[in-house]
Design a protein around this ligand. Sequence first.
Ligand code: KDG
Length: 365
Amino acid sequence: MTTITPSHRSTRPRARSSLTTLMAAAVLSLTSLSAVAATEMPPLPDVTGDVVKGDGNDYNIKFNIGLTQSSAQYRGLEYFKKIVEQRSDNHIKVQTFHSAQLGDDLQSVSALQAGTLDMTAPSTSPMVSMFPQFAVFDLPFLFPTPEIADKVLDGDIGQQMLKDASTKGLVAIGWSENGYRQLTNSEHAVTSPADLDGLKVRTMQNPIHLDIWRTLGANPTPMSFAELFTALEQGVVDGQENPWITIESSKFNEVQPYATETNHVYTPFITLVSERTWKRLPESYQQLLRDAAKQMGDYERHVSRVMNDQIKQELKDDGMKITELTPEQVAVFQKDLAPVYDDWREKIGGDLIDRIRAESKVDSK
Ligand code: KDG
């Protein structure tokens, strides 16, 4: 008998006695039913807006991302492709690539600058050496809710950042969401910084993330996302941190039995176009890409948030030992990480940090 198990595990035959077979089948169908239901991505919305007139030429856009096909990010990309192709009456074709097929975040950004790739949507974290103000997103616990993240990304701060990042051969046209990051590891449950002592934690290639885990007592290692699964599988590192949807879509739970819901950093994705590609497009198509990037960002954030809790539950159902910290336990992490703000305030700019903090205050009133 072939058994259907939740999507990211191989199916395999099983031998059983009749009664247990019946019961197991009943349990299994319930589980696979709920698993199938849970991993359903929200449907792609219809395309709104008229067909945009171009200059009669046809264009092919290659868009590469680092996450897998079952990520919220790729779902957003599918919507972007649908909008651009329909509203250009197929004069623009969007070729989508996932799982770093055409390179990881930094390789993709360099390819845009070289004009060998048209679009990508990296996390802001690996790009802080190019755009230091992006580091504000790496400060721990700065975005208490997704709504505050939206206010910052869609508000003056986020829009000004897109303008400031439209340089160095790049055009920045929108925001989507990687999400709130959670710690996983192969060793033991983590409920306090003391449990991190000496734990080898992979971080993004980002100085603040290194500072965060060093400050908490762990032993951090910067590494490209493209190398992470193998490094976890081979025990090169003990742990890593990413949103639940990435933990599942990249199968980290298969090599990481423990997780702690830390929500310690909110990471956005920034949608980038190669300036060379941009300059070849007529203005009407430039505006179409901007509109599509906005709609992709709104939809992708929705998908990320709808899937987040469902997938956490599914990971639990599949046996992952997830620690949900109490507010008191979170406060210990926040207190221990306060020095990170002192270290980085000047480099990032105190004014930007205070403006974002002010958004939280406004919201909490
Ligand atoms: O391209 C994928 C990366 O942007 C994203 O996964 C980064 O969260 C990230 C990580 O942990 O590297």
